[in-house]
Design a protein around this ligand. Sequence first.
Ligand code: C2E
Ligand code: MG
Ligand code: MG
Length: 830
Amino acid sequence: MMKLRIRLPLLVVPLITAPLLLAGFLAFVELKHSAQQRGDQQTQLLLDRVDAQLRQLIDSAGANVQLFAEDPLLQKYLLAGDAQERYALLQRPLQRKLSSIQGVFPQYYEIRVLLPDGFEDLRVDDGALANLTEEEGQSPFFLAMRGAKRDANVNLIAINPDNRQLALYVTRAVHLIDLSLDSYNATPQLRGYLSLTVSLQALLDTLSPSPWPQGGMLLSDARGRPLAASREIEHLPGLSQLDLSPLTSTENAERWVQLADQDYLHRARRLSDDLWIHLLIPEAVLLDESRTIGNLVLLICLAAIGLSVPLLLLVIRSQFLRPVERLNKALASLGQRQQLVQVPVQNDDEIGELSRSFNQMSLALYQSNEQIRSLAYSDSLTGLPNRLMFIKTLRREIEQARQHGGRFALLFLDLDNFKHVNDTLGHAAGDRLLVKVTEIFQANLRGYDYLSRPVGIEVGRDMARLGGDEFTLLLCHPEADQLAGPVAERIIAALAEPIDLEGSECYIGCSIGIAIYPDDGRSVEDLVKHADLAMYQAKTRGKSTYQFFSSAIAARSQERVLLDQRLHSAVEALNFHLQFQPIVDSRSLRMKSVEALIRWNDPELGMVPPDQFIPIAEENGLILPIGDWVLEQAARQLVAWKQRGLPRLRVAVNVSSVQLAQPGFARQISRLLRKHQLGADELYIELTETAVLQGREQVLGNLHALRELGIQIALDDFGTGYSSLSYLQTLPIDILKIDRSFILNLQENNNGVILSAIITMAHSLGMQVVAEGVEDQSHLSFLLAEGCDLLQGYLFSSPRPAEEIEQLIGQPLPEARQDTAQTCGLVGPG
Ligand code: C2E
Ligand code: MG
Ligand code: MG
């Protein structure tokens, strides 16, 4: 498609030029017509003028000849009877007199006195003329004159034979009475003629040049024979042969004739009976004016076009194309640039309106872009930068530090008990908590100074929320290495305070891992991974602490990766077995039940304790197949013992929170019991405090379903978590298993007092109490004294293979203690 830049001029140029040329043409036609009319008028005027002048010439010559004819000297001369008197006495004075008349009227180049017989008696001329004819008696002139009346002039226009020029002869017959001879009243007798010869050539010459310099005039007789021509044309070849008769037959007509290869306009007018005036004007001269007019009109048109077209194009360009181009450019850059694009609004016209609309649209787009950007780069809950923004910022910091050899610290923060709040109080409360935590960061890090120098942390810029309860803090400071520790301490201290969450106080805590650029990593991935690992390490070290990344941590994480890999192959190969640890009745000291404990003997890693691989399995999901396997094995073992007719034994199976969170867990257990035809009282499950505390509806649902099936539930490792007995009261728990750390450190921190209180309260809640980690007699004595129902520990037996358990059934167990060292193998105490 052709561009407007080209199309508009293509449209505009003909639109302007066509009407202008048409107007020019019409003007030309009109002007030409009026020029022709003017030409006509001028020729008519010219002919009129010739006519008038000739008449005047004749009239004045007539008047003069009459006047001269009455001259007494002339009359005396003509009356003189004797030749002697006439020629000797009168001729000279008369000649002088006529010469003086001629001096006054030079146009009468001949004044003649003729005798009645036609003899030219006296002649006065201008001297340039030779008198070829003295005897005029037979000349046409004289013949015409003789026929004239008395006292009347005779005018004759004819070629003067003396000079071959056209001449006007004005002649008067002089009649006189000779008083010396005749009576007074006698009739006057013809005595002679007085004749004036006037040059008509002069008339022709004074009339030309006409308005057409190359044109000329011609006199002809009535038959169209040329008599005289004006100077301009007299030498034109072919003029003498020109037949003028076609015009002399019709008055005032015109025609075109050709003379010397040129066209002439020929006009004629009758001046007298036998005299015609002709006008010959070359066509070129006539057309000259129209040509000039045409050229002038053309010039005006071209000038108008030449002026208006560029002007219009200029106007189109500046008023239309330029703004459109500007808009176009702005539109194109709208998609590319991040900045606000605006175009100048120059006028209030449609383009101005368009520009204004564009600006509004651009502004709206820019604002919504900014909004999208801020949504894309900030965390909607806390308003902190999000993961995307954090990665961007970190990448930029790395680049800057790389260029300038700088250092900085990346702090990786993870809230310790966020999951608990989320699970117990709900997500909405969890969200409010995150907002409060952010406020605490703001309040504690703003203007924070170290060694009286401000660190310059800006929470809204340097902190980010990666998701969940994970935060990061970038410490871009020349002394980041030394500052990171104190900053972490400050954060931990701030979060150690209880947070008020709609009335209830929450202890949230925070673990922080720190990685330093460039020592702990030079890429985004490495720095984040290492700070995360350090944070993980801080958590395992006991929460609410911070940890710098170290090579040891890296090694541990590698170990973890290896364990993860090996665990996958172990699950595939089902490379596990179960051991059982007796749980003894405190009154009979006989085995009442056993706890099934998983063992993994890896071909590469050797024996791996469950404390190490169970958390990994819980993270990677392998705990589900492992848990299924344990349940199945435990059930089979029970069946095997039953089939061998051994005394009745219950089996406790450890169940992970991940298993309990599975919707069909309770049904799975009931299917298992049915499959192996076991009673609900033959198997019970142990779950850790955290599993219950995570308190998700699914877990609680499963627990209640299990209780309905008649399966007992033991709460393992009680005392390590944060649950209170009053909270546990609401849960379907039958057995409380006190963590072995209480028993092992019985002497410390009033543990004994606490323990006895726990046992009393648990009993009052209708729960049985099991003590783990009973290792020596002192433990046993204390627990027996406090009325603990069941006992478990190396004092009675370490976990053992099923065959060995069979031998212990029905026996009092402390005696078996000696075997412990040999059987517990790698899974020793601790
Ligand atoms: P737990 O359920 O508290 O198991 C008791 C742990 O205490 C066992 O360690 C046992 O060997 C150890 N123990 C028993 N008596 C004494 C003693 O007198 N002194 C000392 N110091 N320790 C004693 P084990 O077998 O290494 O298991 C560790 C933990 O691994 C278990 O703690 C349990 O939480 C988990 N676990 C073991 N087997 C399974 C399983 O099949 N499924 C799940 N989910 N967890 C399991
Ligand atoms: Mg247990
Ligand atoms: Mg335990």
